[in-house]
Design a protein around this ligand. Structure first.
Ligand SMILES: O=P(O)(O)O[C@H]1[C@H](O)[C@@H](O)[C@H](O)[C@H](O)[C@@H]1OP(=O)(O)O
Length: 965
């Protein structure tokens, strides 16, 4: 029999925006004193001496928590505990938390209703693995046992903030037991002894005494406004678990979205548009070409313009999504959202355990960066890029083959030129300005800056590529006939068709031409250096003479300046500095202009070769790479900012940040089977491309604290802003703008039924090579870490951690080629945490497998680092993965499927705010994640799938089933 509460108007929770919260009509309510951004109220529950309705039947109880807002009469279901089985004295591990935005006052009434759950598994959808004749269990649902209620003010003002309330039957008559409500404050120092906790549920007792002092380092309250600008819509859960020495630890699980999900893609797309517009312009300015190349260029430009339009359209679409912070898994194939990462969240576990410092454990959970709209029929980036390069290299006479390294080099030089030329011009003008003011000090300073930049400029061209590109372009001009057409077939390093594919670093098919005057470039290039030397010598002379010192000097300090020029200066008795320097500056600018012109054209010609081959595939490949990279970068920036904020008070971390850089470890759960092979190939390239990213911390000058990206495809700088107070406390190197590097590594272990197929009938080599390659990268990072961190830090570090042993263990596990060897993931994650790194967990959608993995990781940390009682490991795991049972769903839920039937999303992919807030206090954070994505509180697994999962990756009964994903 299912018992319904009488008179309860069950509605979703309605959040009032905070400013209105105190002002509900004519009423004035007493706010709860709160710490910014911390939950307003958190409590735990336990029952005693419950009376079973039927004798000799063990009770399986849960408590449902409802709220009666003071201005309303209606009851709003808020959350519920987990089910505790087989005891009259249940002690609930799942607590209740009211986040800072929730409209709760001292006058708010809380109703606690205790139910006896007869069958907690009836929600699990039976699948084909069940015998067909087997009917669902006849006895489903739960029975009402009793209720109690209290006002928030009563709880807060009670002795030791603890209430023991009688539970009564619905007519308010009979007492059927007691319920204890105890306020919890994270970060408090445990005062009382949680004595007599036994793993025997019958004997569980609750530690209810707490004293309060919040450790600064974990709460990091100073940082909150900044994190709030980035993190949105937090979902919180509170638990308490016993430790092996029978004390309680408290755990707050928090899951938040990030507006960086949209902000970073928008920044990046704008940057790509700028870069591509500039390249298209340079292609147009390439000058006259012979008909073959000219046609190619026209074709390339048509496609490139189309591409820029496409990026602009995507940006326009994304710009409409103002304030969005979440892309659901069901939108992963949407074209306009392709640059946005799927289901990106910070998953945070805050642990307060006795005798230990409070600790935070963060993992970024996100769908594997992949180009879902383009699909995976032909594989992912790793394969596509390799194939593209192989084919391009063997195209014969139509194009000149430049290796990817040389193409990247050409882009780098072009970018350097574009940056340096205007800088030099500015410094040259400043020098003239100093000259006109006749100020020796200012002249010296301006000269110093001018010299530095000009030297960099000259250095930028010290590359064979520029010479060969000049020759190639020469041959492509009308009349510039190549005597020996460039072809890999003419190369001495040519490979025979039957040979294995040559390595990527093969020699380029760069032309050689006997008529070409190579020295001409040398002369043009050297002129820049010469004219700088001339300026230096002139300035020296002018200052020397101005100081009235005797003697004229010979004007040949640097040995390279033109003696006639210098002589002409020193013969002037009364110099006008400006007049003396002006012609020299003009010469420098002219020489530079000549170099820039030639170099730009020739290097643009190199880029033309890459683009001209295999249009439009080449551009689609760039698009795919941009998409995957954008998703990966959004996650990385989010992870970096969170890591920075949570570790700002740690000098060791800050030192590591600027001397070594940060390890960023990705755990992949993709299978090497079917489409997920392509996803893994995309993900591997996307993550590896993150090496091109460096961070820079700058002082925030306004309220806009969102990061800014500069650079171009081969090299990005992400500027992260910190408020002045925090910025000031940073090490000098960071404040001076030193670039902070990241070392991304990916370890993948497929765990589902698809991976079983791959292992039995397919191929797992992709996973093996990714793990092997990334192990080498991780080892490299460790070596740099050991070399660069100070010896005293290292000796302390080594005392605490056996990193060498862990690495060796990881290596052995990778070599072992064991099936579904999840030990690899645990070891890689542990190493990352010990190295102060940033952790990521990814599967296709980051909702089902990722939720299993991240909750397992949390409980394993509690076991290994916080002495979680071993008999509570599985219970803790189940609590974190759990969902409300059917009876606890709101009326808008479909009881058959657990899926929401009303509260339809307002847009295709965004979770409506009302719905989000309603849901944010139901069971474990990760089931909320599933709900956010597919509007259904069920992990998308069936029993057959779960049989293939490693044991600890299986969710509890009642939490999984058929879901329309
Ligand atoms: O979050 P995921 O684990 O990628 O979700 C998978 C789930 O593991 C699988 O069992 C199910 O059949 C679906 O394919 C889920 O992916 P969706 O992207 O369809 O949510």
């Amino acid at each position: 029999m299912e018992i319904k509460e009488e008179g309860a108007s069950e509605e979703g929770q309605h959040f009032l925006p905070t400013p209105q919260a105190n002002d509900t009509g004519d009423f004035q309510f007493t706010s709860i004193q709160k710490t910014p951004n911390e939950p307003q109220l958190e409590f735990i529950l336990a029952c005693k001496d419950l009376v079973a309705p039927v004798r000799d039947r063990k009770l399986n109880t849960l408590v449902q928590i409802s709220v009666i807002h003071p201005a309303e009469q209606g009851l709003t279901r808020y959350s519920s505990t987990e089910i505790v089985e087989g005891t009259r004295d249940p002690l609930f591990l799942t607590g209740v938390t009211f986040p800072s935005e929730y409209p709760i006052y001292e006058e708010t009434k809380i109703k606690l209703t205790v139910y006896d759950v007869k069958d907690k598994s009836h929600d699990t959808v039976r699948t084909s693995v069940l015998p067909e004749h087997k009917d669902p269990l006849p006895e489903v649902g739960r029975s009402f046992l009793g209720y109690a209620s209290f006002k928030v003010g009563e709880l807060l003002k009670s002795k030791e903030q603890l209430l023991a309330l009688s539970l009564r039957t619905s007519d308010g008559g009979k007492v059927v037991g007691t319920i204890e409500v105890s306020v919890v404050k994270m970060g408090e120092i445990e005062d009382g002894e949680a004595d007599h906790i036994t793993t025997d549920v019958q004997g569980q007792k609750c530690a209810l005494v707490c004293e309060c002092t919040a450790p600064e380092s974990v709460n990091g309250k100073d940082n909150l406004p900044f994190l709030n600008a980035v993190l949105k819509n937090p979902v919180c859960k509170l638990y308490r678990f016993p430790t092996s020495d029978n004390k309680w630890m408290r755990i707050r699980e928090q899951m938040s979205e990030s507006i960086l999900s949209f902000h970073i893609p928008k920044e990046l797309i704008s940057l790509h548009i700028k870069e591509d517009l500039c390249r298209n312009q340079e292609l147009k300015e390439l000058g006259e070409l012979s008909p073959h190349w000219d046609n190619l260029r026209k074709n390339v430009l048509t496609h490139c313009d189309q591409m820029v339009n496409m990026y602009q359209d995507i940006l326009t679409e994304l710009s409409k999504e103002t304030g969005s912070s979440f892309k659901s898994s069901s939108s992963k194939g949407e074209k306009t959202l392709e640059f946005v990462p799927v289901n990106l969240h910070l998953q945070r576990m805050h642990v307060h355990s006795p005798h230990l410092k409070d600790a935070l454990y963060d993992v970024i959970t996100v769908g594997a960066p992949a180009a879902h709209f383009q699909g995976f029929k032909n594989g992912g980036l790793r394969k596509l890029l390799h194939r593209f390069e192989m084919e391009r290299r063997n195209t014969g006479y139509q194009f000149i083959y430049y290796s990817p390294e040389n193409t990247a080099k050409a882009k780098e030089v072009l970018s350097n030129i574009n940056q340096l030329q205007p800088l030099i011009a500015t410094h040259a003008d400043l020098l003239l300005n100093s000259a006109s003011q006749h100020s020796p000090d200012s002249l010296k300073n301006s000269l110093k800056m001018l010299s530095e930049k000009t030297e960099l400029f000259v250095h930028a061209f010290k590359d064979q590529l520029v010479r060969s590109a000049l020759l190639a372009l020469y041959t492509a001009r009308p009349g510039g006939v190549l005597k020996k057409p460039p072809s890999p077939k003419n190369s001495t390093e040519e490979s025979c068709p039957q040979d294995p594919p040559p390595p990527m670093r093969r020699q380029d098919s760069i032309p050689h031409h006997s008529d070409y005057d190579e020295e001409e470039w040398d002369r043009v290039w050297a002129n820049v250096g010469k004219s700088l030397n001339c300026i230096i010598a002139t300035v020296d002379k002018l200052i020397e003479r101005d100081g009235g010192s005797e003697g004229g000097g010979d004007g040949s300090k640097d040995g390279e300046e033109d003696p006639s020029l210098v002589d002409s200066i020193i013969t002037h008795p009364r110099e006008d500095w400006y007049e003396q320097l002006y012609p020299l500056i003009l010469t420098l600018k002219d020489c530079m202009g000549e170099v820039v012109n030639r170099a730009k054209q020739s290097l643009t010609f190199v880029l033309l070769q890459e683009l001209a081959y295999s249009l439009p595939q080449c551009l689609m490949l760039t698009l795919r790479r941009d998409i995957v990279f954008s998703q990966a970068l959004a996650g990385l920036v989010c992870g970096f900012i969170i890591k920075l904020h949570s570790s700002l008070h740690d000098p060791g971390f800050l030192q590591q940040l600027h001397t070594v850089g940060l390890i960023v470890q990705y755990e992949g759960l993709l299978s090497t089977y079917s489409d997920e092979i392509g996803m893994l190939e995309d993900m591997a390239v996307g993550i590896s491309d993150l090496k091109k990213v460096a961070f820079k911390i700058i002082e925030a000058k306004s309220n806009d604290v969102l990061p800014v990206i500069t650079g171009r495809r081969e090299h990005y700088v992400v500027e992260v802003k910190l408020p002045a107070r925090m910025f000031e406390a940073l090490p000098l190197q960071i404040k001076e703008g030193q670039l902070l590097h990241v070392y991304p590594v990916l370890f993948n272990v497929g765990i589902n039924e698809q991976q079983t197929l791959a292992e039995r009938f397919g191929d797992v080599s992709l996973q093996e090579s990714i793990n092997q390659e990334n192990f080498e990268l991780l080892k490299e990072y460790y070596t740099i870490f050991m070399e660069k961190m100070p010896p005293d830090y290292i000796s302390h570090f080594q005392e605490q951690n056996d990193l060498k042993g862990l690495l060796e263990n990881l290596h052995q596990n990778i070599q072992a080629k064991k099936r579904k060897n999840v030990e690899i993931m645990w070891l890689a994650a542990t190493i990352c945490r010990k190295l102060n790194g940033i952790r990521f967990t990814c599967c296709k959608s980051a909702k089902d497998r990722t939720s299993m993995s991240v909750t397992l990781e949390q409980c394993s940390i509690l076991r290994d680092e916080h002495q979680l009682h071993k008999d509570f490991f599985i219970r803790a795991l189940d609590c974190m993965r759990s969902r409300q049972t059917q009876g606890a769903l709101s009326e808008s839920d479909d009881p058959e499927t657990g899926c929401l039937t009303d509260n339809k999303p307002t847009s295709r992919h965004f979770y409506p705010v009302a719905l989000l807030l309603v849901s944010s206090h139901l069971e474990g954070c990760r089931i909320e994640n599933v709900l956010k994505n597919i509007k259904c509180r069920k992990y998308a697994f069936n029993m057959l799938q779960l049989l293939a999962f490693p044991k600890y990756y299986r969710p509890p009964e009642g939490t999984y089933g058929k879901a329309d994903t």
